[in-house]
Ligand binder design. Sequence first.
Ligand code: NDP
Length: 286
Amino acid sequence: MARIIDGRKIAKEINESLKVKIEDFIKKNKLTPKLAVIIVGEDPASLFYVKMIARSCERASIDFEKYSLSGKTSEKELLKLIDNLNEDKKVSGIIVQVPLPEHVNQERIQEAVNPSKDVDCFNPINMGRLALGKPEFLPCTPYAVYELMRRENIVVEGKHTVIVGRSGIVGRPMALILLQKKQYANATLTICHSRTNDLSYFTRQADILIAAVGKSEIIKRDMVKKGAVIIDVGTNEVEGKLVGDVAYEEVLEKVSVITPVPGGVGPITNVMLMQNTLKAAGKLIN
Ligand code: NDP
């Protein structure tokens, strides 16, 4: 029977120590870290996510400000707001919630966020730094996976890690984080995606399997190695319930460690955003 990782407990522990660090920071610098979140339009998933961020900020004693813009906002207006927030000495971190309306160039918007305030790590400068093994910020979801593995003493060095998914926000930066020359990294990696022939050929070889696909229960029992560590990043809504990319019940008896969905990686993600916001606040005073 697998060891089931309790992401909620880990998130709580990180948050408690982070809160102490933030309170110390505020006392020492007379500055409260502040996260500005821009949301354009009314995408329900984005609205929900922003509500969760607000809650995380409150828990961590970080100031939060939401900028809700109409779906008709022009790219120029959005760039102007980002410019103002870039200049605002009270704002430590900026998030521009995606998806953006079609008339707005997402890349141009992400490039406009000052890299020192880019707590989501969407700016190509920050992604480039990560690719070079010299990151400023780590993107929150793969950062959450890394932190979870570190805290659970899941050592990737010397093992074969297979990541399924190569998106810019999860799979690809996950690979870059695990490739770093540092403890709990130094991974030997295989990255799979939708054009991979015979996915199970690769997943069966994984000592550590990280699924970030967005397809409910695509990873079945016969696709995992006995005793593997399974990290399920996927969150898929099926008949009103959240389901991972891994067929959890099927693989539970076969693997050694597994993250559930919900309650695995998800709760840790926003806490890492708070961690990045504190780091960004430190840049304002240096
Ligand atoms: P994307 O849709 O951007 O990327 C999905 C990746 O999976 C792509 O690289 C795609 O390949 C690959 N893929 C799709 N179908 C297959 C297949 N049949 N076989 C192998 N690979 C496949 O999704 P995200 O990376 O944004 O998110 C992935 C999952 O993680 C989603 O369920 C999402 O909800 C969840 N998520 C969870 C978070 C959390 O905090 N827990 C935060 C962010 C995301 P290709 O590149 O070829 O298209």
